[in-house]
Design a protein around this ligand. Structure first.
Ligand code: PLP
Length: 407
């Protein structure tokens, strides 16, 4: 158990706006003037502190947000991107050249899986997908060409939990970086403090929390962050998935309430998962002692923030899953939508949506069943009432009766 002090770290950062505003001014420029031509040359070479050249490289608003994210994860530095995939693709292309090899968890975000399996393959970069909870299997796949171990702290959509300390020891032994996507568990798990070398976030989810924008981040050493921005060979700089300053400013403001939101998401999800498990439903939530990696999450977590806002429920078939989601939406219990980390509950069937990039055979192998619904539980004020209403939907569709619960 860890007390990460991440929220305190973020709160300690203070920037004032141009006129003494309590929020930093938004940099509303793509390019910046120089008083002397010599300074422009030095800035281009990347060796003039505090000077800006062009906003694809850096802008004040993006640097403020980057500093807050570095404080969140406890890393030296952080770069922001126009999306989580922008961050993930830049990191992997920065770490790997043709002929290199990646070891990745097999249960990861569908887009990341497709990028590794279909896209990187065309550049002769191959990925071995493994069960990340079995560290000895990861070790067995390492070759001299392996350039990183990649996983999600809590995996999408199956909520497997990576033992970051054990994976980090393995990675260090082989002199390769451990890359952890921490999108599902900000504040609850501080991946870098547990030994991850590079921590990635899709800011689109909990960190922004208002489902109004797409953005991403890479939290890492200053050396790696600068390498990503290098004008000559930095994947971040050259792929150009730059976050807009206006959006960076709005994400930074939303981050101010992250610690309160995560507590509430976790509290509500634990309540529902506990009740549904008692009802005999097939619930997966890392906060339940029945979860196979419950103790690993517990060992890694900051107890102030709980086990996160995601849970899954297997209702037996895609048809039932679809009926239940439609009914819950009609009853205003949430939205039938992908994504996560919103104030309102979001639910989707990952097998036919966010994980549809993963072939059906492989979905079955990893335990991703047809009837699986992924819930991102919202900030509901009265979660007991939500539970009763969800239960009523299940009763109406005969889902509870089938698992032997008296109606
Ligand atoms: C959504 C998500 C991504 C991709 O992020 P975008 O902001 O949509 O590009 C990556 N990893 C995880 C775990 C996600 O949930």
């Amino acid at each position: 158990m860890h007390q990460n002090k991440a929220a305190e770290g973020i709160q300690a950062l203070q920037y004032f706006g141009e006129f003494g505003g309590v929020n930093p001014s938004i940099s509303d420029s793509s390019t910046y003037t120089f008083l002397s031509a010599k300074t422009m040359f030095d800035t281009f070479e990347g060796n003039t502190e505090g000077c800006y050249l062009y906003s694809r490289h850096s802008s004040p608003s993006n640097l403020y947000l980057g500093e807050a994210l570095a404080a969140l994860e406890g890393t030296e530095s952080a770069n922001v991107f126009a999306s989580g995939m922008g961050a993930i693709s830049a990191v992997l292309m920065q770490l790997c050249n043709a002929g290199d090899h990646i070891i990745s968890s097999r249960t990861i975000y569908g887009g990341t899986y497709a990028f590794m399996k279909n896209f990187l393959k065309n550049y002769n970069i191959h990925t071995s997908f493994v069960d990340i909870t079995k560290v000895e299997n990861v070790a067995a796949q390492i070759t001299e060409n392996t350039k990183c171990i990649y996983c999600e702290a809590v995996s999408n959509p199956l909520l497997e939990v990576a033992d970051i300390q054990a994976l980090s020891r393995l990675a260090k032994k082989h002199g390769i970086p451990l890359v952890v996507d921490n999108t599902f568990s900000p504040l609850s798990i501080s991946a870098a403090k547990l030994g991850a070398d590079i921590v990635i976030h899709s800011l689109t989810k909990f960190i922004n929390g208002t489902s109004d924008t797409v953005a991403g981040a890479v939290c890492a050493s200053t050396d790696f962050c600068l390498a990503l921005k290098d004008v000559n060979d930095g994947a971040g700089m050259l792929f150009g998935s730059t976050l807009d300053s206006l959006r960076a400013a709005s994400i930074l403001k939303n981050m101010r309430t992250l610690h309160i939101r995560i507590k509430k998401h976790s509290e509500n999800t634990l309540y529902l998962a506990t009740q549904f498990e008692k009802d005999g439903l097939k619930v997966v939530y890392p906060g339940l002692t029945s979860h196979p990696s419950h103790h690993i999450f517990q060992k890694q977590m900051d107890t102030n923030y709980g086990f996160g806002g995601l849970m899954t429920l297997d209702v037996g078939s895609l048809k039932k899953a679809n009926s239940l989601m439609e009914l819950m939406q009609k009853k205003r219990l949430g939205y039938l939508a992908v994504s996560l980390g919103f104030y309102k509950t979001l639910f989707s069937a990952p097998g036919s949506s966010t994980s549809s990039e993963i072939p059906e055979v492989e979905q079955r192998e990893m335990g991703l069943t047809d009837g699986l619904i992924r819930f991102s539980i919202g900030l509901d004020h009265d979660i007991h009432q939500t539970y009763l209403s969800m239960r009523q939907c299940m009763e109406q569709l005969g889902i509870l009766r089938e698992v032997g619960v008296p109606a």
